[in-house]
Ligand binder design. Structure first.
Ligand SMILES: Cc1cc2nc3c(=O)[nH]c(=O)nc-3n(C[C@H](O)[C@H](O)[C@H](O)COP(=O)(O)OP(=O)(O)OC[C@H]3O[C@@H](n4cnc5c(N)ncnc54)[C@H](O)[C@@H]3O)c2cc1C
Ligand code: SF4
Ligand code: SF4
Length: 1015
């Protein structure tokens, strides 16, 4: 029996740890800290890049896109190959394990490890050269795949394999995992496209691995090992294209050119560290044409694959109807073009020397298929949309159709294509037996199936273990591979004996020993594996329940749940979509790393702070990792720990992640909750009062606006006020309206009428009672700081035939209280708002929101703060942006109202969607409205950088400017003369004025002006 640790009861009855154990633990902690410090100082003497052992940094690198959590001791960022070689030398001497890392998008736990993590993506990320004549490129290991594609495109070349993570995955990581992607069916895997690798192995030998017997000389014993095992290698390795599990020893065979470079691909950093690579580039295909074939289901689609391969497709992808539905739900109906009939589809790309040739090839595929129906799409918007479904699906498959979290593990198994249909049917049965669900799709031309499954993982990894074992047996039965493109990592290495004979496993161990006898490179992976269910992240996490009072969120919980809520005694978000649990919410981040990518080209905004700093600390994923560590209470000491503050500091609360992250991580909400819990009942940073209470100050200033503006117009006074309020003194104070909108309105519609129409006049003969009512909601910003916007709205709405209602009472959404985490204050304001706007909303009267961030509060945060109040849902449903109001069928101006959108064909404009609008309401309606009216517009993708409080706060100015440089400032600088700047966000207009001297207008102002001109 194990020795019992003596315990001491505390005065309130809890059991305390005995002093001896506490002392032992703190001694162990001290020893670990000292050991870490020694590694850091040893590394710092030899490498120029950063070396970091802070708990925040270790938390950021504690997991990749897998289920695993292995906290490293140190993270280092080499600046050169020399740094890497010298760093590895030191670590070898100290016997410290090392894991190389690119973007960390590995799904099987390949890029996490104990000891030191070397991040290649930060500095070693350049395309060194492209040799168009030889058709090769030389890259550093941290080069992002899409950078290589851009460099190649200038020469009409591309790298063949293209994982869907290509806008953040690095070539080092692709080499590590032998990455593939849709076009591998035409161009092969990464291994097939590697010419030479500059590497250093676990023994410290640096050499160039290439092709031919001579390259074996760098690794004594290798030639003999191959020679002695020819039969074993010939029968068990390289049996079919996607046999990515285990080491790819077939490349070492003489008939395959004794290719050491290719054999090192897919070794997951367990044999060598890659310092550089020479890669084969292929011509960019001409006239790519997409054939979409519809089948009754996925297995039926799979059955058709083998004989379609004869048509030399560039890609054959499988797509399930349920995945398409998920994309439709997440991205809107318009994101999915009309598909041929069926519930499973093949997307087949073909090319040709001309469009005619490609079309003929496409038609031949349609004819020879047994599809129910088909569609041929030449390159163009519909084909792009189809590929986008495939790309979005890769991320969205992280949740089941029912919205439950689906986990990786069995996500890229592969079988020879002729077995694919049968394998899929058996796999479905296996899932049914386990009562689990998932959305299959994948590279069917290669027999590779992607599938994430809602295996219960909240408390233990036991089901994962048994499911994975059964699935591994199944794939082996079909002659397949546990991994078809992601590698084995911690998820599958232990299961390799189900696919390989004991002799083959032994051979892999001997192969490893030639390069890394001390098991220092990525230990626990491929050879001498960690257990499938060891080091799982999710089961280690503890619930952190919503503190919204029980009655308010209708929690039908056990006594202990009620107790926790009651004890907390204050009200944060309900986290209704995450089982009322902050832990479940922060574990939405599965690490796919889309937040690290530059998403601008596809209209994405996420993550502006990372785009500005390129530091994992400032990306949504890094923040989620720190929060995950904070809620599990081990590495980071809770939500109030300094690591959490540091991590969230540069989050702009732009909410872009809430829409752009496929897992729906809403960091702005988590930040608000964390600030709420941290400062509840305590003194807050001064800017929380200055900026968080801005509507309050604005109301006060509204009493004597001229005086306040005059005083704040004196620069030194403004600077002093900014400084005292915790703001950056390079900022300017806003000007308060001399006549706030609501005062203007109250002073009498009858006396001022609609500007331009004359007192008391409206353009309609019908009395107000006969016109449809619209509530014009004057949020605090529009009211006190930009009254010209709601005034313009009065004009436009009246002209459009609405009866404008401006409620008598003030209704503030509490936005600034939310963004500073003053959630009690926010709830008080929203409660008042519900009593003002609720009655209109429940009676079906639309509410027009003008300031996008305030409108977004009514459409999102309000619901999570008042989950059980029917008025909240009614207000959210009734609230519209101007473009939505004017264009959605239920609220658009009635036929016969005489409304005509003014002609904007002489308008050229740079348009900045507010980040909260992008994230919550979307900008499609605005864009469509402007374009339909003839405007020539450039719609920016990316936050303006001010983001409400963020850019004003002390310490944020430089990042705020850097974020503005992502899109806004270059667009303003480069615009042609006469180009207007349209931005509904007060922040976005403020940023443009303060940084570029450009005055912007809200959309409603632009329309109102044209009404004047037209009259
Ligand atoms: C949503 C999603 C979709 C995906 N789709 C695909 C897909 O279509 N096709 C596909 O093949 N993969 C796919 N992947 C898996 C993954 O993105 C790829 O394997 C990618 O190539 C990994 O690159 P990375 O830079 O993130 O590497 P990391 O995850 O950082 O590392 C990968 C492996 O390479 C090793 N490594 C990294 N750098 C070096 C180096 N310099 N020297 C030696 N070893 C090194 C690491 O130790 C690790 O074992 C997907 C992943 C996700 C999350
Ligand atoms: S935050 Fe979202 S996009 Fe970023 S890694 Fe996590 S899941 Fe992926
Ligand atoms: S809210 Fe914006 S800045 Fe913060 S993590 Fe999300 S995308 Fe990044």
């Amino acid at each position: 029996m194990p020795a019992q640790t003596p315990t001491t009861p505390t005065p309130d009855g809890d059991v305390d740890l005995a002093p001896t154990r506490v002392e032992a633990e703190s001694a162990a902690r001290r020893a670990a800290d000292e050991a870490r410090a020694a590694v850091v100082s040893a590394l710092r003497t030899v490498i120029a890049g950063d070396v970091d052992s802070s708990s925040r940094r270790r938390a950021e690198y504690s997991t990749d896109a897998s289920n695993y959590r292995v906290v490293p001791d140190v993270v280092a960022f080499p600046r050169s190959s020399r740094d890497v070689v010298r760093g590895l030398e030191v670590l070898r001497e100290l016997k410290i394990p090392v894991t190389a890392r690119g973007a960390g998008t590995s799904v099987a736990g390949n890029a996490v490890g104990p000891g030191v993590v070397l991040d290649f993506s930060r500095h070693l990320n350049q395309v060194v050269s492209v040799d168009a004549e030889a058709g090769t490129a030389v890259v550093e290991p941290g080069t992002v795949m899409s950078s290589l594609q851009r460099a190649g495109a200038a020469h009409g070349l591309r790298f063949g394999p293209d994982p869907s993570t290509q806008n953040r995955a690095t070539l080092g990581g692709m080499i590590g995992n032998n990455a593939c992607g849709p076009h591998a069916v035409a161009y092969g895997r990464t291994a097939d496209n590697v010419v030479e690798l500059d590497v250093v192995d676990g023994r410290g030998r640096r050499f160039t691995a290439g092709r031919g017997d001579a390259t074996f000389a760098a690794v004594p014993g290798l030639a003999e090992l191959v020679r002695e095992n020819l039969a074993l290698i010939r029968t068990q390795f390289g049996r079919f294209g996607r046999q990515v599990s285990g080491y790819s020893l077939e490349h070492l065979l003489p008939e395959n050119g004794s290719d050491l470079a290719k054999a090192l691909v897919g070794t997951e950093g367990t044999l060598v560290t890659v310092l550089g690579a020479t890669l084969r580039m292929v011509p960019v295909p001409t006239a790519p044409t997409l054939v979409v074939l519809g089948y009754p289901d996925m297995p039926a689609a799979a059955d058709d694959v083998p004989h379609l391969l004869g048509h030399q497709p560039l890609a054959i992808e499988g797509l399930d109807a349920r995945l398409v539905d998920v994309v439709r739900k997440a991205k809107g109906e318009a994101s999915v073009p009309a598909l041929p009939d069926g519930a499973g589809w093949l997307m087949i790309e073909v090319g040709g020397a001309s469009q005619d040739e490609a079309s003929a090839r496409a038609e031949a595929i349609v004819t020879s298929s047994s599809a129910l129906s088909s569609l041929v799409l030449p390159a163009g918007p519909d084909a792009t949309k189809m590929w986008q479904i495939r790309a979005d699906g890769a991320g969205l498959a992280g949740r089941t159709p029912a919205g439950e979290q689906a986990w990786p593990g069995w996500e890229d198994s592969a079988v020879p294509p002729e077995r694919l249909g049968a394998y899929l049917r058996d796999l479905e049965q296996l899932m049914e037996r386990y009562g689990v669900d998932g959305l299959p799709y994948g590279h069917f031309g290669d027999g590779c199936v992607h599938l994430r499954i809602d295996i219960p993982m909240e408390t233990s990894g036991s089901v994962l273990r048994t499911f994975m074992t059964d699935a591994a047996r199944l794939v082996a039965y079909h002659g397949g591979s546990l991994s078809g493109e992601h590698g084995d990592g911690r998820a599958r290495s232990e299961l390799l004996p189900l696919m390989y004979s004991p002799e083959a496993i032994r051979l892999m161990e001997q192969f490893k020993a030639l390069f890394d006898p001390d098991d220092l490179l990525n230990p626990g992976v491929v050879v001498r594996p960690a257990a499938v269910d060891a080091d799982l992240r999710r089961p280690a996490a503890k619930a952190v329940l919503s503190t919204l009072p029980v009655g308010d969120r209708g929690l039908v919980g056990s006594g202990s749940l009620r107790g926790i809520a009651k004890k907390a005694g204050h009200s944060g978000f309900s986290f209704a979509h995450d089982h009322h649990d902050l832990t479940t919410a922060v574990h939405r981040c599965v690490g796919v790393g889309k937040c690290r990518a530059d998403n601008h080209a596809s209209g994405g905004f996420m993550c502006p702070s990372y785009q500005a700093t390129k530091d994992e600390k400032d990306v949504t994923r890094g923040r989620a990792r720190v929060l995950q560590e904070a809620v599990n209470g081990t590495l980071v000491g809770g939500l109030t720990a300094p690591e959490v503050r540091e991590s969230l500091d540069l989050c702009l609360s732009c909410k872009a992640c809430s829409s752009d992250c496929p897992a729906g991580v809403d960091m702005a909400q988590y930040k608000s909750e964390v600030l709420h819990r941290t400062y509840k009942g305590k003194l807050r940073p001064v800017d929380h009062y200055a900026l968080g209470w801005l509507p309050r100050w604005a109301r006060l200033a509204g009493g004597m606006p001229r005086f306040v503006n005059k005083v704040l117009g004196v620069r030194w006074i403004a600077k002093a006020v900014l400084w005292a309020g915790g703001m950056d003194t390079r900022r300017q104070m806003p000007q308060f309206a001399e006549i706030p909108f609501r005062t203007w309105w109250k002073r009498g519609w009858a006396s001022h009428g609609v500007p331009g129409l004359g007192a008391g006049k409206t353009p309609h003969d019908r009395p107000a009672g006969e016109r449809p009512k619209v509530v014009l909601w004057a949020d605090s910003f529009s009211d006190a700081l930009a009254p010209s916007v709601p005034q313009a709205a009065v004009k436009v709405l009246t002209e459009a035939g609405y009866d404008v209602v401006v409620p008598d009472q003030q209704a503030c959404c509490g936005l600034t209280w939310i963004s500073t985490g003053q959630l009690d204050g926010a709830r008080r304001r929203l409660s008042q708002l519900l009593s003002v706007l609720g009655p209109y909303a429940v009676n079906g009267i639309p509410i027009l929101g003008l300031e996008p961030s305030c409108t977004a509060v009514l459409r999102s945060d309000l619901l999570d703060l008042f989950p059980d109040d029917p008025r909240a849902q009614a207000v959210a449903d009734a609230t519209r942006t101007l473009a939505e109001l004017l264009t959605s069928p239920e609220t658009a101006p009635a036929a016969g109202s005489g409304w005509e959108m003014p002609d904007l064909s002489d308008l050229t404009a740079v348009v900045q969607p507010h980040c909260h609008q992008h994230s919550v309401m979307g900008f499609d309606a605005d864009e469509a409205l402007l374009r339909a009216a003839g405007a020539e517009i450039k719609v920016l993708a990316g936050c303006c950088g001010l983001a409400g409080n963020f850019g004003m706060q002390k310490g944020h100015y430089d990042v705020s400017v850097a974020v503005a440089e992502n899109a806004l400032l270059p667009a303003l600088r480069e615009r042609a003369e006469g180009t207007e700047y349209i931005a509904d966000g007060f922040s976005c207009r403020t940023q443009a004025v303060q940084l570029e001297g450009t005055q912007g207008k809200a959309l409603v102002e632009v329309i109102a002006e044209r009404l004047d001109t037209a009259r």
